[in-house]
Design a protein around this ligand. Structure first.
Ligand SMILES: [Zn+2]
Ligand SMILES: [Zn+2]
Length: 339
């Protein structure tokens, strides 16, 4: 395999596409970056050229001034399903990953060989982005953030019901939901709307620009108001969304007796909820859970699976038990910032 696929190499800070001298989600500034999505462990500023979906480029412009000004570099937008030719005879096709707005798997083709870099992905429906598409390939480079059998994400409808029941039970308080600013916050808001919650939702200031960006890309979030513009009493009986770091922060004192909730796949682990003083853990993840990781490998059915980004050992073992070729990659700087 390695002789055949010598054009694609795993290095500590990214996947190197050798003939194109391009890097997938590089951890440092490079001449040409192929970026799967906007989370900080995949996207960063300073590249000479950045190839990504238009949505991801918009997110990178907001966060890292990509393509904006003299040091922002060049940008090449690629629509879902579109193939672009890179130097060295490598074709790159961007395919929905179902993770956050703009997230893509990148299919790389060279000399008849096909490699997919998933970036992060999930298999659940998400009103804020198109669903993951199963695409055949020879090498499937998959994330494994929740690569342990204990991680099973429950249906989101049940988590939304828990949140709305708690809200209704305490009309004099508010529910403060900790959620990451890119992806999780907007998905929670869109799912609340789908569950019939049409009250205004109050935002921490750090959420505002990303929510507006989602709306500009056609994701409807309903009426959003800023906590900073609102009197404390007016937020009683309402939902407030803030970055997880704000849950135990002085900032939350401006809220009326908040019930602390946290929307994360890690809320499956009780200890994590306790550490953050979370009263209402909501198990909501934008990553594939264990069953989805293994099902996806079966459906894609690659010749070889490369595992990155999390708990590689258990998924490696699963592949061995199922007579599937696999290896664990040791990429650095892949943290669960986005979960
Ligand atoms: Zn991510
Ligand atoms: Zn990630």
């Amino acid at each position: 395999m390695s002789a055949l696929f010598s054009w694609i190499r795993s290095e500590p800070w990214g996947i190197h596409v050798v003939p194109a001298d391009a890097w997938v989600d590089p951890g440092k500034a490079v001449a040409r970056a192929l970026v799967t999505h906007g989370h900080a462990d995949h996207a960063r500023g300073g590249h000479g050229a950045t190839v990504a979906t238009p949505e991801t480029l918009a997110i990178m412009k907001l966060r890292y001034q990509t393509g904006d000004g003299p040091s922002g570099g060049e940008t090449t937008p690629v629509q879902y399903g579109e193939t672009i030719r890179l130097p060295g005879g490598v074709d790159a096709t961007y395919i929905p990953a179902g993770h956050v707005l703009g997230s893509a798997q990148i299919l790389l083709e060279h000399g008849g060989e096909r490699v997919i870099c998933t970036g992060d992905y999930k298999r659940r429906a998400d009103p804020t982005c198109p669903p993951f598409e199963v695409t055949p390939c020879d090498i499937f480079i998959t994330e494994a953030t929740f690569g342990l059998p204990l991680f099973t994400h429950p249906p989101i409808e049940g988590e939304m019901a828990k949140l709305l029941e708690r809200l209704a039970a305490y009309p004099d308080r508010c529910v403060l939901v900790g959620a990451y600013a890119l992806g999780k916050a907007q998905r929670v808001i869109a799912e609340l709307r789908a569950a019939g919650h049409h009250q205004p939702i109050y935002l921490h200031g750090a959420m505002e620009k990303m929510c507006r960006l989602y709306e500009e890309h056609g994701v409807e979030l309903g009426e959003l108001r800023l906590v900073a513009d609102t009197a404390k009493d007016d937020m009683r009986g309402h939902i407030v969304i803030a970055p997880p770091s704000a849950l135990n922060d002085r900032w939350s004192r401006r809220l009326p007796d908040p019930i602390a909730a946290f929307a994360s796949g890690w809320m499956r682990v009780r200890q994590r909820a306790r550490q953050r003083n979370v009263e209402l853990p909501l198990v909501i993840s934008d990553h594939a859970d264990w069953n989805e990781l293994t099902r996806t490998i079966e459906e894609v059915d690659p010749v070889e699976t490369w595992i990155t980004h999390g708990r590689e050992e258990a998924l490696l073992r699963w592949n061995q038990l199922h007579q599937r070729r696999a290896r664990a990659l040791a990429l650095v700087g892949r943290e669960d910032e986005d979960e």
